[in-house]
Write a protein that binds this ligand. Sequence first.
Ligand SMILES: Nc1ncnc2c1ncn2[C@@H]1O[C@H](COP(=O)(O)OP(=O)(O)OP(=O)(O)O)[C@@H](O)[C@H]1O
Ligand SMILES: [Mg+2]
Length: 326
Amino acid sequence: MILVDRILGFFSGDVGIDLGTANTLVYVKGQGVVLCEPSVVAIDRATHQVLAVGEEANDITEAMLRYFIRKVHRKSRLVSPRVVIAVPSGITEVEKRAVKDSAERAGARSPVYLVEEPIAAAVGVGLPIHEPSGNMIIDIGGGTTEIAVISLSGIVFSKSIRIAGDELDEAVIGHLKKTYNLMIGERTAEEIKIKIGSAYPMEEETNMEVRGRDILAGLPKTITVTSEEIREALSEPLAAILEAIRIALERTPPELCSDLIERGLILAGGGALLRGLDKLISEETGLPVHIADDPLTAIALGTGRYLSDFRLLKRLAVNSQNSKEY
Ligand SMILES: Nc1ncnc2c1ncn2[C@@H]1O[C@H](COP(=O)(O)OP(=O)(O)OP(=O)(O)O)[C@@H](O)[C@H]1O
Ligand SMILES: [Mg+2]
């Protein structure tokens, strides 16, 4: 497997992993983010065996994790790497146990540290999470949007919805089907979203040629779509994300709310790169919105900070409730 080969050389050090549904990032202490690859399919190069495919996010997580760490372990038997894994804040005790167990079985040094994604993202973008003031992180990934209010190194409130980048792609697919009887694949939809998609009117609207299959004739067809119509198509899933942000703001304690007015909201995850999304959220909430410097790597960078600050790690790692191994 190419990914594994590429990172084997780096794997002497401790490792931080952000296992997303869309992208997996691996941070190695002293090296930075050494790997950022789609999580879609994991294939063993030797056997050409598909280890895990798309939809089954949980299986992917476990398969990839086991695969990476086992390979590493096999290569270097001297010391097992210390591993920090970022997990969604809503994850159950059973799921936590499963991630830890599979990582440890796969050769990670025990204990494996789990950190909550929003906190890792906040650490990654350099927010002062230890302070009593409030910060809101909105992480728009492929499968989920996670909104969290953080204060004093803890999550005060978090809300997760299964509407994120993939849903935006689906909305593009739905629009072309409905309007032009045109079938396109997920990859084309994502390309349209990235190339001409937007959340807020652009200074210069654009358009793009799209190839697909005519549903009625069954033949290939090319059409031109405009950035305006794509924005319109994206407005429904975006409204759901806005609604979740509104709910999170409603649940934020008043004293932290005033911090948000000052500091604003932080956007992370690949979805943060959608044009004008910061403007839309800012207009809808009346709050300043900042996009993380590199939204795609924020969580992985956060896991990296934990690796170089063991006290931080011990303090912030979430543990299975009934284990005392930290
Ligand atoms: N320039 C861009 N404009 C809009 N969306 C983008 C852009 N670049 C990437 N994306 C989207 O970001 C999403 C992937 O983001 P990210 O890597 O943060 O997800 P993930 O962490 O793997 O997923 P999750 O957090 O849901 O498990 C995809 O839906 C992708 O289409
Ligand atoms: Mg993510």
